[in-house]
Write a protein that binds this ligand. Sequence first.
Ligand code: HEC
Length: 487
Amino acid sequence: MPAVLFTGLLVFSFSHAAELSEVELRGKQIYLTGNTPSGAAISAILGVDQIELPASAAPCGSCHGIDGRGRPEGGVIPSDITWSELSKGYGHEHVFDRRHPAFDDASLAVSIIGGTDPAGNALDMAMPRYRMERQDIDALVAYIKRIEADLDSGLSEDSVTVGTLLPLSGPAASQGQAIQAVLAAFIRELNAGGGVNGRRVELEVIPLGNSPAETVENVRGVMGSSGLFALVATYVTHVESQLASVLTDAEIPIIGPITRTPTARADRLKNAYYLYAGNSELIQSMRQFAASEGRSTVELAYSDPEFEAVKTAASMSGSDDVFFLGTATELKELIGALAQAQTWPRIFLPATAVTPELLNAPLEFDGRIFVAYPTQPSDVSAGGRELFARLASTDELSNAHISSQISALAAARILVEAMQRAGHSLSRERLIAEIEGMNGYPTGLTPPISYGLNRRIGARGAHIVRLDLAGGRLVPAAAWKELPQAR
Ligand code: HEC
């Protein structure tokens, strides 16, 4: 075997589905795309005129379906080629009296290359004949024998099940219900318009349990019944680590996890795609902004568990910048101590540290307190507003929790866009590849969304706002700006 083929195998990257062997994965790629990782030519010979085309123009999956069960189209009926069907001891009887005994590996290969069934009957010309290298046909046969087990959970030929995990009882119930309602309305409209590439989207609303264990139990329950292709707008606060172990094993992606503080914990939930910047990105954005405004001499990033306001204030001068990550109470203490010391540094805060009380800070801080917001109402475009208003009017959505509903809708849009881009031969690995290929996708509800292999925050940047203490309001200081790509 030429060395180049081995190289091809090594760079083969179609490999998210953990249980398939390398050979089966190779077969899967051939089945779905008509291409082989070795780069060797595969051709399809089509119709009575025997037109030869690259197999990528007629991959198996386009007729037999990603699940091998066949998708009747334009009067032809591609056979069910799942192994349990092909290997039935008594063989089959097809329309037009084509009868044959069970397939085995060799006769399956013959049918693909030579177009005859195990009884030697010629298959209808609607089934192309293929030319490919020995190792490719072997891989394809190996995959067909596994296809039934390989279909991603929650995915069928004509439906895809998407879950959302929400608090439906307890103190956060109204937020959960508001999110549920907007997702249901969005998906109803989507399905009325034909779904996604011919698939209906089914929404499974999973209730958050009273304990992490109960929550995991609820998620497992849905995974075991309808299956779960992906999760959108999902509560992860307090259950991150428990969920991580279940979802990571099953490779279920979460688009738009809902965290209490927007701290992105990409390290814990391996398959999570967050919408907004967390505190560390907000701080980075503010550093950039502070630097662009010049002036700063010393920086103090503040998030010390043994915080002592007075000591901190004493160590500072008015030309310093404080990047503050503490609590609202600590902030109040710090501002008090700074005022005592008659020192007025610029203070930079993430949105989570803001309380209305902040507007009562001494006037010396006027124009010197800045807040970074991961998103602002101005990020919603005219189209986004129109979508929201349409869903709200037909479904009588509650007008509480608007920002949670906007985020949930954005997450659903990202998921649907990625599924659309993946096409009918959707799989989880394709979905993930499409999400990670997003570059500046306009949800109409958020800043532009980009993900990547190492980028799990879609809108990685911030709006910077200045506190106008005299006027008692927030004034935009810098429009939303994306952080430069992390190295
Ligand atoms: C353009 C549509 C089309 C494509 C592409 C296609 N097939 Fe088929 N296939 C059919 C149809 C239609 C039949 C039924 C033929 C008949 O009944 O005589 C069929 C029959 C078969 C059968 C015979 C099943 C039986 O029970 O007799 C096998 C096996 C098969 N296809 C495998 C494949 C594989 C593997 C590929 C990809 C390399 C492929 N097909 C690509 C349309 C297609």
